[in-house]
Design a protein around this ligand. Structure first.
Ligand SMILES: Cc1cc2nc3c(=O)[nH]c(=O)nc-3n(C[C@H](O)[C@H](O)[C@H](O)COP(=O)(O)OP(=O)(O)OC[C@H]3O[C@@H](n4cnc5c(N)ncnc54)[C@H](O)[C@@H]3O)c2cc1C
Length: 498
């Protein structure tokens, strides 16, 4: 009996790399037993291995988590390999009968968790699942007819009604980890890039303390003007919390509570806090949609868009990836992405629209590049936003709305701070021509040291022609959609869960 009491419980860290506001960890510690905190790097576990920038982040986040656990008297056990096999090994080593974890809701990960719970049950081990990554569990926010929402605003209304107003759960004071199970050496995992190290410009502080600090700075400096400021890429006016949220270093509930508290104490107008919460709910909408419509990471949410006759254009794709399209706002965004692992949301929309509408390249190519290069790469948010821009997603931008990269630049970067930062070769060009250098007179270009086609590319595609080509394709697709709706072929309801 005494032996049974000291059998530890396993706490499996996943997308919840934090100690505070972590319901599964709180429950594991509350058992009163020793807790074995483990992170398993399962390269192929859910069909979507981490991209390179995400591995950069994970490396630092895990080191910080280990240091945080050591502050509470614990440590982090690292394992690399198949999650199920590694957990079974740990269970055998420790004779543990309980695994605590916060659940993941992406379709493959969700299915894997269900399979794992069955396997563990068969060997007498109980799995305890919680939700730490979302405001509400997918499947719990449904329309009056009991169906998933496909439109954002009613989804947001319904979701916000489910939000509990409860105090945050602090990090545990102590985590007693049993002696014994050894950990992999994180240095041996070599997650940080080498030869070359392309991460020199990554200016982030992964980890729970980093996330909390970022939130405080955002609330102090930018929340008060968020509704307008969030669209200006040349200013630090959004939170930059997305990678922290993705890795679970901070909980979305903590964010909602924090900005509401700031509003109720009169530091910011409630409308600013509400706007920020609406963005958190977009993240939620994406996660719920992907959970309910698992096919959307591979195929168009609106099936008629699967018939889009995408172009194969390796040269255009390379120009886009390397920030050499000749459209300054697009190029600035792609260079920011490469240099920092992040890109401003307004510019993400413009570069994504440029790829799918101007170059007419399949959104999945862009989604894959973002997946590899973003530190906040997140399956649900990435897929849903790409489909939103492409017009094929739920509550998407209409296909005929084609972002004009020149007017977007003039509107959201009028003084050129953003473009000049990322495209030094255009720095001396006056504002008037900065977003369309090919329209500048020869003398202006030469005074600014710009030689089009040499120091900076000419546009790889003409805006008006590209726009006309995209609209033509849309006409074909939407006429198929009308036919489909008549004969039932393209009706969505039947393929919700293929
Ligand atoms: C083509 C495209 C791909 C994207 N891919 C990703 C991705 O892989 N991972 C990711 O986290 N976001 C993605 N986004 C959404 C958005 O661009 C980022 O979440 C945002 O830029 C992060 O910066 P922030 O933390 O400063 O945002 P803030 O403006 O401070 O917003 C706060 C939080 O709200 C959430 N959020 C904001 N906008 C959106 C949105 N449109 N969709 C979903 N959640 C949102 C994020 O979690 C963000 O951290 C993508 C957007 C586009 C257009």
């Amino acid at each position: 009996m005494v032996g049974d009491l000291v059998r530890p419980v396993i706490f499996w860290f996943r997308r919840d790399l934090r100690l505070a506001e972590n319901p599964a960890l709180t429950a594991a510690v509350a058992t009163g037993r020793p807790v074995l905190p483990v992170y398993i790097l399962d390269d192929d576990g859910d069909g979507h291995p981490h991209g390179a920038a995400s591995l950069w982040w994970l490396d630092k986040s895990l080191r910080t988590l280990d240091a945080d656990l050591r502050q509470c008297g614990g440590r982090l056990i690292l394992r690399r390999g198949n999650s199920k096999a590694e957990l079974l090994r740990l269970i055998e080593q420790t004779r543990s009968a309980h695994v605590f974890m916060n659940r993941r809701f992406e379709p493959e990960a969700f299915a894997r968790d269900a399979d794992l719970a069955h396997t563990l049950k068969a060997v007498g081990v109980e799995c305890h699942g919680f939700n730490a990554s979302l405001l509400a569990k997918p499947g719990t926010v449904l329309s009056g007819a009991g169906k998933p929402y496909r439109v954002f605003t009613p989804f947001m209304k319904a979701l916000l009604q489910t939000l509990p107003e409860r105090p945050a759960t602090p990090a545990p004071d102590t985590v007693i980890v049993p002696a014994g199970p050894d950990s992999d050496d994180i240095d041996a995992w070599a997650l940080h890039p080498s030869s070359p190290d392309w991460s020199q410009g990554f200016d982030w502080t992964p980890g729970e303390a980093g996330a909390t600090a970022v939130l405080s700075v955002f609330i102090k400096n930018a929340l008060g003007d968020y509704a307008v400021g969030r669209d200006i890429p040349g200013r630090r006016s959004t939170s930059r919390l997305s990678p922290h949220l993705h890795f679970g270093e901070i909980s979305p509930r903590s964010l909602v509570w924090a900005v509401r508290a700031s509003a109720s104490q009169g530091h910011v107008a409630p409308a600013q806090a509400d706007k920020f919460i609406a963005e958190i709910v977009w993240r939620e909408f994406s996660a719920h949609l992907l959970h309910q419509f698992p096919f959307m990471s591979e195929r168009a949410f609106r099936p008629e868009f699967d018939a889009m006759p995408w172009r194969r254009d390796p040269e255009g794709l390379t120009a886009w990836k390397s920030g050499m399209t000749g459209y300054p706002l697009v190029d600035a965004g792609m260079r920011e992405l490469w240099a920092t692992g992040w890109m401003h949301n307004r510019v993400r929309m413009v570069v994504a629209s440029f790829l799918v509408k101007h170059l007419f390249i399949d959104w999945r190519e862009g989604e894959a590049w973002f997946w590899d290069t973003l530190v906040d790469a997140d399956l649900a948010s990435n897929v849903q936003n790409w489909q939103w821009v492409a017009g094929s997603g739920a509550d998407a931008a209409p296909y005929f709305r084609i972002f004009n990269p020149v007017t977007q630049g003039e509107k959201f970067d009028p003084a050129g701070h953003y473009v000049r930062r990322w495209i030094p070769e255009l720095r001396a060009l006056p504002d008037r021509w900065l977003h369309a250098p090919w329209t500048a007179p020869g003398t202006v270009l030469s005074e600014a040291g710009v030689k089009l086609g040499y120091t900076y590319p000419r546009p790889i595609v003409d805006h008006s022609q590209a726009r006309a080509r995209a609209l033509e394709a849309l006409k074909v697709v939407s006429s198929r959609s009308r036919d489909g709706e008549q004969n039932g072929v393209f009706m969505r309801e039947g393929i919700v869960r293929p």
